[in-house]
Structure formats: structure tokens, C-alpha cells
Design a protein around this ligand. Structure first.
Ligand code: KIV
Ligand code: ZN
Length: 515
């Protein structure tokens, strides 16, 4: 069986999608899980887009072993220099440079003639090759480009030193048959095609990202670019878990293999959800809550008689644990750390100590602590450890004959601040007071609360979406008291907003203009 390469862009294309921004620590934690998964390449960010991206690319390059770490760079000297500066001390690294090749993009976005695009591509690849042998070149909007021009552009990139040629379906426009034809043609006509790796990068605007990626593989592409949970610009990118499991489950059809450990797919999906707060729909293939749930009587009966009647893969093969071990107030640190490892959280000593304290506090209030409770505890702590705004205490009074009132104490950039306020209900009072304390004049555009587990002592998980100056983010918080959970979710959203590059840096932008 031939091997294909998995190129993960969760931390770059994925992170560009609304509500999915991550702090440096969160990116590092996710990158370590990607390494555990066994992906071949991690696109850690776009080093020249902001100081934050530069630092996270640099840190991941230093600390994550195994996969090749790359940074995105437009076909510009400054982008390439910055990518190399971030990664030059890393063990295994590369540069991914790109320029748009479709008539629409060249004319309206770049304002360049095809000849000028060709020249810039050559200069970019040659410049990147001065730093590293691992240079990937992408022709943005390749699927809406003139295939003859693509052949010319890719051939020029190979002559300039590119080792991987990437074919992005940037706007998710193409169909599987067309993708198959395009890769076949490129493999036949590009200069020295047999010496380089063809890669594919598909967006999901028409729901075709995974199908198009698989069609490209059948035509001879040997690298797929994808993200965990399929997060990414607009409708997202091809979902890694779907590609990997399609190859595993239909091995006889594809005769292709990859290095990903499928049992790490579900832990990776859960970790990303916990970090970003961006949930996966219940019917999402492979990692959705219903992906392995059989509701219909006929199906349940069939599965009980023989699992293969309605199950094409097992939950265990993607890392879903079916034994939901319950912990309680007598459980020790060892049992906790064991369970956390099983759930995919590999915590350092200090972090484990903190979670243990929170766990004991929760176990005192709640008889049984379930996996979902533990996940909420860890992700909440992960956020708080690098936050500007931290909730210290909150007291809310409300009832049938009084105006709901909240008193909130917060630590803001190391300083303790206190405020009292009113609202239409206890949650409104809490959020108004937090708004006053933080001076974040943001709008709450969505609010939902659900119980993490069953029982009246269950933790409530609150998810909020907030908007500020045209930027949107999500926030999550969990507590046995839903007003406290609401305050935590709102503060989590504010922390995410405050970390967005535009809040601190004038010139940062992840848009691809100005190549
Ligand atoms: O979708 C796209 O075209 C991209 C490129 C930068 C590869 O993300
Ligand atoms: Zn993309």
C-alpha cells in the first residue's frame, strides 16, 4: 500500500474561521495532540500576519517533535523571511508559499498579469529555497484557473525548487470528477511531475471537500491538507477524521495508507472543541455525538446480533471510550490523571495539581464526576491560565419581588476590581456588571445553556457568542450554578476578543491581499 501525507492546517486555515481563534498555549497543546495523531506536517500559522502568529509558529517549531512544522507565506520576500525567522531553529521545518492563479484573483485581487504572477512565484520559491529544502508552492484558486496556465506555473515552481505542489479548491467550487481530471492532467504535464508530491487543499462550500480530496488521491495526489473537525474559512476545510477513516474503512478501494493513529482522532476532536468552544454538530461523521448511536429499533436489534450489520467501523477505532468511569470525592490524583490521559489530556504536574483542586471542589458539590465534567474542568483551567480577565467572585440576588442585582469581583491584568449592577434577570445583571468592569462594550448575539450530564446537581454549560467592532467570538463556561457558568462563558469570550490581533496590533491581518 502506498503512503499518503497528512498536512494539518487546523492552526492556520482552521484558526482563521470565526470563533476558532486560539491563544499560543492552546495552539501548542493542540499541536502536541497533532503530533500524537501522527500527522506528517503541521501548518502552525502565518508568521508574518501578526506578532502572535509569529510567536506561536516559533514555539511550535521549538517544542513539537515529529511532524514537519511549516508557516504560510505569501509570495513575498517579507513573508518568507519572517517564516524562516520563526522556524530556523526548529528541527524539521518548511515554508508554504502561495500566489493566486485564477483570472478572477489575478485581475481583481492582485491586479497582476499572468506573466507577473509567474515571475513572483519563481522569485518566492527561489527565495524560500535559500532557507530550506522543504518548499511547498500553492496556486490559490487553482480549480478556477486555466489548467494550461497551472501547468506552466507549477512547472516554473518545480524548476525554482518547490518539492510539493498544492492544488487548492479555495472557494469549494469544484466537483470530484473535475478534481480527478485536473490532478491527472497536472501529473501528466507538469515538469518532473514524478519527482514531486502533488497535494490537495479543499474547502467545503458545496459540501465536497472530503470527496474532492479523495478524488485527488485516486488521481495520484499524495498529500491531503485538512483540519480537525473540518474547521476553516466559511464552510470549512476537508475534515481529517473523515479522510483518514475513509481510507481505513475502504482500504481495498483506495489501497492507500497514512501515518495517523486513528484512535487519536476523537481525543483530537474533543480537545479542539474544548479549546475553541466551537461545537461539532451531533450528526457529524466520525466525531459527532450521534456518529455511533443507533436509535431505530431495527438497527439496535441488528447491532446486538452482529455489530457489522449497521456499523462500518467501531467507536474504539476512532478513540471513543465506551466505559464512562465515574469519579467521586474519594478518588485520588492517580485515578484523575489516569482518566484525563484516557480522555486525551496529557497535563504537566502543575496543571494536574490545579485540576485536582478544582476536581475536589466539584466532587464536594456533585456526587459523581463524569468524563464531560472533567473535560469542562480542564478546558476552563486552560483558558484561565493565560487570561487578562479572571472572575474572582460573583454574588447575585434575584426573585419575584426584587430587581436582580449582581456584585462581581474580577482580577484584571493583575489588579482586583469590584462593581455592582442591575439587570432584567440574574444573568443579565451579571453580564451587565462584567461589561462595566471590563469596559468591553460587546454585544451578546447568542446564549445557550445545557446540562453537561444528567441529574439536578449537574453542571450547566453555557455557550455565548459575542461581537465587538465587527469581530465575533464564542465563550464557554461550566458550573453547577448557571449564573456563575454564564459569567465564566462571557468572560471567556471577552478574553478571546482581547487576544485577537486587532485589539493590540495596528498592522496585523490574516487577509491575503497585497501579494
Ligand atoms: O484555500 C486556500 O487557497 C489556502 C491557500 C493559502 C493554500 O488556504
Ligand atoms: Zn484554505
Amino acid at each position: 500500500m502506498e503512503k499518503i501525507r497528512i498536512f494539518d492546517t487546523t492552526l492556520r486555515d482552521g484558526e482563521q474561521s470565526p470563533g476558532c481563534s486560539m491563544s499560543i498555549d492552546e495552539k501548542l497543546m493542540m499541536a502536541k495532540q497533532l503530533a500524537r495523531l501522527g500527522v506528517n506536517t503541521i501548518e502552525a500559522g502565518f508568521a508574518n500576519s501578526s506578532q502572535g502568529d509569529f510567536e506561536s509558529v516559533q514555539m511550535i517549531g521549538h517544542e513539537v517533535e515529529g511532524p514537519m512544522i511549516v508557516s504560510l507565506a505569501r509570495a513575498r520576500k517579507d513573508d518568507i523571511d519572517r517564516a524562516a525567522e520563526a522556524l530556523r531553529d526548529a528541527k524539521n521545518w518548511g515554508i508554504h508559499t502561495f500566489i493566486a492563479s485564477s483570472p478572477l484573483h489575478m485581475k481583481y485581487k492582485l491586479n497582476l498579469e499572468p506573466d507577473a504572477v509567474l515571475k513572483k512565484a519563481i522569485q518566492a520559491v527561489e527565495h524560500a529555497r535559500q532557507y530550506t529544502n522543504n518548499v511547498e508552492f500553492s496556486a490559490e484558486d487553482a480549480t478556477r484557473s486555466d489548467p494550461a496556465f497551472l501547468v506552466e506555473l507549477f512547472s516554473a515552481a518545480v524548476r525554482a525548487g518547490a518539492t510539493i505542489l498544492n492544488v487548492p479548491d479555495t472557494v469549494g467550487y469544484t466537483m470530484p470528477e473535475e478534481m480527478h481530471q485536473l490532478i491527472t492532467r497536472l501529473k501528466n504535464e507538469v515538469y518532473r511531475a514524478d519527482e514531486i508530491i502533488f497535494s490537495v487543499h479543499c474547502h467545503n462550500d458545496l459540501g465536497m471537500a472530503v470527496s474532492n480530496s479523495l478524488a485527488a488521491l485516486r488521481a495520484g495526489a499524495r498529500q491531503v491538507e485538512c483540519t480537525v473537525n473540518g474547521i476553516g474559512e466559511r464552510a470549512g476545510n476537508a475534515a481529517m477524521e473523515e479522510i483518514v477513516m475513509a481510507l481505513n474503512t475502504r482500504q481495498q478501494l483506495y489501497n492507500l495508507d497514512c501515518d495517523v493513529t486513528s484512535e487519536q482522532l476523537f481525543p483530537a476532536s474533543r480537545l479542539l472543541t474544548k479549546i475553541t468552544g466551537s461545537v461539532v454538530q451531533a450528526n457529524k461523521a466520525i466525531v459527532g455525538a450521534n456518529a455511533f448511536a443507533h436509535e431505530a429499533g431495527i438497527h439496535q436489534d441488528g447491532v446486538l446480533k452482529h455489530a457489522l450489520t449497521y456499523e462500518i467501523m467501531t467507536p474504539q477505532s476512532v478513540g471513543i471510550k465506551t466505559n464512562n468511569l465515574v469519579l467521586g470525592k474519594h478518588s485520588g490524583r492517580h485515578a484523575l490523571s489516569d482518566r484525563l490521559e484516557t480522555l486525551g489530556f496529557h497535563l504537566e504536574e502543575e496543571e494536574l495539581n490545579r485540576v485536582f483542586v478544582d476536581f475536589k471542589r466539584l466532587a464536594d458539590r456533585k456526587k459523581e464526576v463524569f468524563d464531560e465534567d472533567l473535560e469542562a474542568l480542564v478546558s476552563q483551567g486552560m483558558r484561565v491560565s493565560n487570561d487578562h480577565y479572571v472572575l474572582k467572585s460573583i454574588t447575585v440576588s434575584s426573585g419575584t419581588h426584587m430587581i436582580p442585582t449582581a456584585t462581581v469581583v474580577m482580577e484584571i491584568d493583575g489588579e482586583i476590581k469590584k462593581e455592582a449592577g442591575f439587570g432584567d434577570g440574574p444573568v443579565d445583571a451579571a453580564l451587565n456588571t462584567i461589561r462595566d468592569l471590563t469596559h468591553f462594550d460587546c454585544q451578546l448575539t447568542a446564549y445557550s445553556v445545557k446540562s453537561i450530564t444528567g441529574g439536578t446537581d449537574a453542571q450547566g454549560q453555557v455557550s455565548v457568542t459575542i461581537e465587538h467592532n465587527g469581530r465575533t467570538t464564542t465563550g464557554r463556561g461550566a458550573d453547577t450554578d448557571i449564573v456563575v457558568a454564564s459569567a465564566l462563558a462571557f468572560i471567556n469570550g471577552i478574553n478571546r476578543l482581547s487576544r485577537m490581533p486587532h485589539m493590540h496590533e495596528k498592522s496585523s491581518s490574516k487577509s491575503f491581499q497585497g501579494v
